[in-house]
Ligand binder design. Structure first.
Ligand SMILES: [Mg+2]
Length: 99
């Protein structure tokens, strides 16, 4: 399994190859809201608010779509998410070990 850093590199190379490496941040964020809506729809189905069939595989795909866009947005700003993840995890660890 690739590391988060390797996955972010994979997204960067894929986007560059397909001419999507210069997409505007605002467009990526809008696309993220679209994917979040798709996730919400699956959850609403699961909880019975929507009377459509809940498909766990579809939810998995939507979660992955938004992960891709999160990595893509981080690439736009040259933010290394693996490094940020480790910093965040350390903050959380300190917070939960306080009491
Ligand atoms: Mg989707």
């Amino acid at each position: 399994m690739p590391s988060l850093s390797e996955t972010q590199d994979q997204v960067r190379e894929y986007d560059k190859k397909h001419g999507w490496g210069e997409d505007q941040a605002s467009h990526i964020v809008l696309h993220m809201t679209e994917e979040l809506g798709e996730i919400a729809r699956r959850i609403l189905r699961r909880d019975g608010y929507k009377k459509e069939f809940f498909d766990r595989k579809e939810l998995a795909e939507e979660l992955t779509d938004i992960l891709y866009l999160n990595l893509k947005l981080a690439n736009t700003f040259h933010i290394e998410l693996e490094e940020e993840w480790n910093l965040m995890w350390e903050r959380y660890r300190k917070k939960t070990n306080r009491s």
